[in-house]
Design a protein around this ligand. Structure first.
Ligand code: SF4
Length: 432
């Protein structure tokens, strides 16, 4: 590989590492004799120690940028090494890495070159080369440039499996403060355009199966957490509206990394707020799979997520009136609300109880995390915590209504401290 290209990879892959919206999503892209595939099973996800996805070649086309966003290492005013790939270089590099089995796909972003449209054209050029010249069928996730024209966004959707448009800062007021050249219109317009493209494509494919697919893995976005003063309820309410309205597949939360510490518009923090980021992913999981509303998880009364307990547990402690849930009688929705019960386990419970009344030992075998669930359920025979952990089949354990929320909280926190307090739940694991 040419030395120049290696140097560019070093600069541009490093410059892309702060964008977390890159996990690939299973989508079928048939291999018609070309290279690679994007079948759900053909894409593996791996995460670096800080939880960021590293399975794709994640790079910028260029880290030159016209804009001067306060939170970004690549902003115009920073004196850093700069580089830009040509579309040919980046397409060939992707193929080279693919052949060496380093990567299975591409995540492509970029700083803004001469204009949003010019940058998009260059990025689409890479995708066209990959798909048309190299017949590359692997997964491609492309980040669109805020302010790019609808026409270019629609073109990109014909080549990329997923498009993302980063909202970055949840409120327009703070976005204008930290990224003066951007506004929410330049972000929401492409989101709308992609949504319309997906809907039209769905209709077209009903009539003609041969219609090329448009952004088959949907769209996602990213918000930076902690660079501005939005509370968690505001962030979750925005995420909820993005899942419901434009039907985004994922919202990613990126704990603010203070790369430009000297900028007075930014909070003076030394490290990214990873616990908060983790709690937001958990809350997001509740929105998408547990039928929670954003308002239930965080609201005016509780504007921020509990950093000590996961959001589902925290909600349960605030709502003792919901409990105990009878695992032998209550409906699926109520069972889903029990801390320590995931979606799969809730389904198993509903199926298994048709064959007989469930006892604590059955729940443990089905995967219920009884050390959390025990205060919130009733089951045949009861389940009681003992000094060494949980003893099943003993006398009925006291529920949250008998112990009171404060004591349950203390008990759960003391159990948690016995485990590694630094251990975080990651967004790709089963839910809490
Ligand atoms: S437009 Fe993107 S690359 Fe440019 S400074 Fe802003 S966040 Fe960074």
């Amino acid at each position: 590989m040419h030395r120049d290209v290696i140097k560019k990879v070093e600069i541009l892959a490093d410059a892309a590492k702060y964008d977390v919206s890159c996990s690939s999503s299973g989508v079928g892209r048939a291999n018609n004799g070309g290279l690679g595939n994007a079948a759900a099973w053909g894409i593996c996800h791996s995460y670096s120690a800080d939880g960021r996805c590293i399975s794709l070649l994640k790079t910028l086309l260029s880290n030159y940028c016209l804009y001067d966003c306060a939170y970004c290492i690549n902003r115009r005013s920073n004196d850093i090494p700069r580089a830009a790939f040509t579309s040919r270089e980046l397409a060939e590099l992707t193929i080279e890495f693919y052949r060496r089995n380093y990567i299975e796909g591409l995540f492509l972003s970029s700083g803004v070159l001469k204009s949003a449209d010019y940058t998009m054209e260059q990025m689409i050029g890479v995708l066209k080369r990959l798909r048309n010249e190299h017949r590359f069928n692997g997964y491609i996730h492309m980040k669109t440039i805020p302010g790019a024209s609808d026409d270019l966004v629609r073109q990109a959707g014909l080549y990329a499996d997923r498009l993302s448009v980063n909202i970055e800062i949840p409120t327009e007021e703070n976005l204008k403060k930290l990224a003066p050249e951007k506004d929410h219109q330049s972000v929401y317009q492409p989101i709308k355009s992609i949504q319309e493209g997906i809907a039209e494509n769905r209709e077209d494919r009903k009539k003609f199966r041969s219609t090329p697919r448009f952004t088959p893995a949907g769209q996602s976005t990213q918000m930076i957490i902690g660079a501005s003063d939005e509370r968690d309820n505001r962030i979750l309410s925005l995420s909820s509206s993005l899942y419901e309205g434009p039907k985004l597949k994922r919202v990613y939360y990126s704990g603010f990394v203070p790369v430009n510490e000297y900028d007075r518009r930014l909070p003076q923090i030394k490290a990214a707020p990873l616990v908060r980021e983790n709690r937001l992913y958990q809350a997001d999981w509740l929105l998408r799979f547990y039928d929670f509303t954003a308002e239930e998880i965080a609201n005016d009364q509780y504007p921020d997520l509990d950093l000590e307990l996961d959001p589902k547990l925290s909600w349960a402690i605030r709502h003792p009136e919901w409990f105990p849930v009878d695992v032998n009688r209550d409906d699926y929705q109520r069972i889903l609300r029990i801390p320590g019960v995931g979606v799969k386990t809730a389904r198993l419970i509903v199926m298994a109880r048709r064959r007989g009344r469930l006892r604590a030992e059955h729940l443990t075998k089905m995967g219920v995390i009884m050390k959390r669930a025990v205060y919130f359920i009733t089951c045949e025979g009861g389940a009681a915590p003992s000094s060494g952990g949980l003893k099943v089949g003993g006398p009925a354990a006291a529920t949250i209504n008998e112990l009171g929320p404060a004591q349950v909280r203390n008990l759960l926190l003391s159990k948690k401290k016995k485990h590694d307090p630094r251990q975080l739940w990651l967004p790709f694991q089963d839910a809490p």
